[in-house]
Design a protein around this ligand. Structure first.
Ligand code: DSN
Length: 464
């Protein structure tokens, strides 16, 4: 049988076949190459692209090969709604133990008292939390999308902005969160939930200040740390776990995990939820399953367990330290090269560049950079008059640079390569461009040299 490992120990004359995950993955890849070469080729091309590209996507990190292996495991074949020990299907013995392991590791990593590892993403996690804490038509207060907020924090484009009354705070004149406005809007609108979290905000979040505002109006505080979860786990950003009522995060943006989400709670995990009808953790458990999800993704839960174990290691903490020093170097070098950096710098992994005075849109910059094997994504900036698909800014992050071992000096080199591309880019309207061909060749060579010096783990030798 192709999916089993044969152990050469005869019993009753026959070899004993022992199922093995490693063999399953090996055979699976062989079968894929043999029977679906077109798809296999695309998957291999992605490995090469990641190897040969300088990725500065702020919402991405590299999953260790062992995390990817767990995500591709036979647990994917398990259907089991519910929670360990209380499933609605048989056959969940291994999954129960895997989920318990993931929960225990998540709690240990973040110093939390409660964890739910089932959300398929942080957007799913946020939806579940809002379902648990806000009555239909109730009010939430979150950061405005154009000021660096997230779709799932009440954007009209998200169900969270359609089914709840969403009110948004913004930034002050320095580009920092306007806490006075948060307090003012909270007093005026009395939200059920205040969300502290962002997807394009490069500065430290003051969770205690958010909590004081939430308390002043009887709101629950939800911290969404998707972008900074690695920094929080490594002690490089203040932790909201015991400050907020509930914390949510994605597991792939900075934790090096699989696509997925996580919900955590600290000392208040058994505090009463709205109306006192259940505890916070009881409400969240039900809000994830059955209210907003069916079966969890068991293989993704295994991959989360693996990622949480890796994130607890000293190596991860060293990487997070480098993430922050690389980002500071990136912001500094770009400023030196004449770019306008939002808030004048960064405290995290993220640098947001306002391109408007350079006459480039975010989309043009993103496409010109990708042509030269540098990845950074367009982002709207405060006061932007471009639509979201075009945008007037660029968001950069140093997670993957640091994971590949690039330090501040090499990150400055990345900034110079980025500048070389943008300086040689001629916009042809808001969405089209041309890059000077000689510059493009030089930059691609520079990118290649950096990538060769700092390989992606297990991506194999470069193809010349
Ligand atoms: N939320 C998106 C981002 O920050 O890029 C990705 O999940």
């Amino acid at each position: 049988m192709a999916t089993t490992q044969t152990r050469a120990v005869p019993r009753g004359g026959a070899a004993v076949a022992e199922p093995g995950q490693a063999e399953l993955l090996r055979v699976g890849m062989e079968l894929l190459h043999e029977s679906d070469p077109g798809l296999a080729k695309l998957l291999d091309a992605e490995v090469r692209a990641q190897r040969d590209t300088l990725a500065m996507i702020a919402s991405a990190s590299l999953a260790d090969p062992s995390v990817l292996a767990a995500a591709g495991s036979a647990l994917s074949n398990v259907t089991a709604e519910g929670y360990p020990g209380a499933r609605y299907h048989p056959g969940a013995t291994a999954f129960d133990q895997v989920e318990e392991l993931a929960v225990a590791r998540a709690k240990r990593l973040f110093g939390a008292r409660y964890a739910n590892v089932q959300p398929h993403s942080c957007s799913s996690a946020n939806l579940a939390v809002l379902v648990a804490l806000i009555p239909p038509g109730g009010t939430l207060l979150g950061l405005d999308l154009d000021s660096g907020g997230h779709l799932s924090h009440g954007s009209p484009a998200s169900v969270t902005g359609r089914h709840y009354r969403a009110v948004h705070y913004g930034l002050d004149a320095t580009g920092r969160i306007d806490y006075a406005q948060v307090a003012e809007l909270a007093a005026k609108h009395r939200p059920h939930v205040l969300i502290a979290g962002a997807s394009a905000y490069p500065r430290t979040l003051d969770f205690s200040r958010f909590r004081a505002i939430a308390d002043s109006v009887g709101a629950y505080l939800v911290a969404d740390i998707s972008h900074i979860a690695g920094l929080v786990a490594a002690g490089r950003h203040p932790s909201p776990i015991d400050v907020a009522h509930i914390t949510t995060t994605s597991t792939y943006k900075q934790l090096g995990g699989p696509r997925g989400g996580l919900i955590l709670s600290g000392v208040e995990h058994r505090s009463p939820g709205p109306g006192g009808r259940d505890t916070l953790e009881g409400l969240i458990q039900r809000a994830v399953f059955p209210q907003t999800q069916g079966t969890a993704n068991p293989a993704a839960v295994a991959a989360k367990a693996r990622a949480f174990a890796l994130a607890a290691q000293p190596r991860f903490r060293r990487t997070m330290r480098r993430v922050v020093s690389d980002a500071a170097a990136l912001a500094d070098e770009l400023t030196r090269l004449g770019y306008r950096i939002l808030t004048g710098g960064t405290d995290t992994h993220m640098v947001v560049v306002d391109l408007r005075e350079r006459g480039l849109t975010g989309l043009v910059a993103e496409r010109a950079l990708e042509e030269c094997r540098i990845l950074a994504n367009r982002n709207r900036v405060p006061g932007d008059d471009q639509p979201p698909m075009v945008a007037g800014g660029l968001r950069l992050g140093t997670n993957i640079l640091a994971q590949r071992g690039l330090g501040p000096d090499e990150t400055r080199e990345c900034a110079r390569l980025l500048h070389a591309v943008l300086d040689a880019t001629t916009p042809l309207g808001a969405t089209a461009h041309s890059v000077d061909p000689e510059t493009a060749v030089e930059v691609r060579a520079g990118v290649r040299a950096l990538c060769e010096r700092h390989p992606v783990p297990a991506a194999g030798p470069p193809i010349s």
